[in-house]
Design a protein around this ligand. Structure first.
Ligand code: FCB
Length: 472
């Protein structure tokens, strides 16, 4: 049966500046932590960098043309802070702002709504040199940058998100050193996490002052944490994972403060929290973005690992389990905290190897998107105020520490020629956006329908060997 999206539901695709723009040294752009990190041998697969990436900085008219051709309603992109304020704070680089100005105008001209993210991980290196996110001054610099961008673009951009995935920034960047700036300092990660939220709060005020018409929000990566078995230790580990991933950032944003148990477990002495911070972080927002890729099946480290899976779950090239029901679960959980606040799926998608014969063919990705759009509809039917869905990603791109190995695009990119080829999943998403209708997909024989709703008990079987989606 075909299913219809509510009127006004937004369907789009997402990207991030460092992953697609290239032109790393063009027009006065400053160095970011991802330039430094990717140019440090051994940090990124095959020592690849975002120097050229999809060369979107020069090819954006073609990319906007693709969005328009597909008929997508909206485009979520990020602004590179070091293009706009090369040293992170201080002088503004007019040429950098001009680029985004042209991008926004062209999107509007082609009927695609621009949705902007201010921070998708490319901190100006100068700020990292001064201490980075573990230092409070970085949050203040972010508010200054937010004001600059909002003043210039906030008359035309309807939605501005402050920070993308603060969990990943703090955990991967400062806690485990997997992402730029590559620091493995747990105490610094805790400080970074708090300052990211302070940055968000300060930026909300700066954006409201500069662009009163823009809707302001933040984007969190969330994933259900399901116990591998009903063993009390697995249950405990899953509950702890839930607090750290799903509540650590969400709870303070909705005014509930940090989850106390998790804070205690992490040994955070929270000396960084100043009077007034929690109120600042809980400043009212207009929407919340949720990035959803998969769930995590949690096995206690105190128990022996499983060796035989009862049923091998379907996985993407990243090793992430395909689990659309988790999207419903996550959205319902968020709704339990945010009530009527409009929610967006700001990222959802899957990496699969390119079809070497025909780059437009991607049946697995199409099916992944279809199943998650179905889950989005189910969430809506259950009363979740979901207002839009963005596929990750418009283009194959620089997948952070994995380099170019993992392709998420609904558009294939040949990184030698920069040729773009629209994939079947892109055409499919465009057709859904045009008609606001999700066609029934022929179920493969023997396949179970996606289960919906929170699980009372966890699955049995082997926990994924590869890191979960929060370890992107
Ligand atoms: C998310 C990031 C995004 C992309 C996807 C696969 O965590 O926000 O940039 O890398 O994962």
């Amino acid at each position: 049966m075909d299913r219809r999206f509510p009127t006004g539901f937004v369907i789009g695709a997402a990207t991030a500046a460092y992953q697609i723009e290239g032109a790393a040294a063009a027009d006065g752009r400053g160095e970011s932590i991802w330039d430094r990190f990717s140019h440090t041998p051994g940090r990124v697969a095959r020592d690849q960098t975002g120097d050229v990436a999809c060369d979107h900085y020069h090819r954006f008219p073609e990319d906007v043309g693709i969005l328009a051709e597909l008929g997508l309603d909206a485009y979520r992109f990020s602004v590179a802070w070091p293009r706009v304020i090369p040293a992170g704070s201080g002088p503004v680089n007019g040429a950098g702002l001009d680029f985004y100005d042209r991008l926004v105008d062209l999107l509007l001209e082609r009927g695609v709504s621009p949705q902007l993210t201010l921070y998708h991980w490319d901190l100006p290196q100068a700020l990292e040199d001064a201490g980075g996110w573990p230092v409070r001054a970085t949050a203040e610099a972010f508010a200054e940058y937010a004001g600059v961008v909002a003043r210039r673009l906030g008359d035309r951009v309807r939605q501005i998100a402050t920070i993308n995935e603060p969990f990943v920034v703090a955990d991967h960047g400062y806690g485990r050193g997997l992402h730029a700036p590559g620091r493995a300092e747990p105490a610094a990660a805790l400080a970074a996490g708090h300052h990211l939220l302070v940055a968000h709060g300060l930026a909300v005020a700066a954006i409201r002052a500069a662009a009163p018409r823009a809707a302001v929000g933040i984007v969190l990566n969330l994933a259900p944490q399901h116990p591998a078995t009903q063993h009390p230790l697995d249950l405990e580990a899953a509950a702890a994972g839930h607090e750290v991933l799903n509540r650590w950032y969400l709870d303070p944003i909705v005014g509930r403060g940090y989850p106390e148990e998790a804070v205690r477990r992490a040994g955070w002495r929270h000396r960084e929290i100043r009077d007034g911070d929690l109120a600042l972080i809980a400043a009212p927002i207009d929407f919340l973005g949720v990035n959803y890729y998969s769930r995590r099946v949690v096995r206690s480290p105190l128990l022996p690992a499983f060796d035989t899976p009862s049923v091998a779950p379907e996985r993407t090239a990243m090793g992430w389990e395909v689990h659309p029901a988790g999207l419903v679960e996550v959205l319902e959980f968020v709704r339990s905290r945010t009530g009527r606040l409009p929610l967006f799926v700001t990222e959802n998608g899957a990496a699969y190897p390119a079809d070497s014969g025909d780059p437009s063919r991607d049946p697995e990705r199409l099916r992944y998107l279809h199943r998650h759009l179905e889950a989005a509809l189910t969430a809506i039917e259950r009363g979740v105020p979901l207002a839009g869905y963005f596929a990750w990603s418009l283009l194959d791109n620089f997948e952070w520490a994995h380099g170019y190995d993992f392709r998420f695009g609904i558009v294939h990119v040949d990184f030698t020629t920069q040729q773009r080829t629209i994939r079947d999943s892109g055409r499919f998403l465009g057709s859904v956006a045009r008609g606001h209708l999700l066609p029934a997909l022929d179920a493969r024989p023997g396949e179970e329908a996606p289960e919906m709703g929170p699980r009372a008990s966890g699955p049995t079987g082997r926990p994924p060997r590869l890191p979960g989606p929060e370890a992107a």
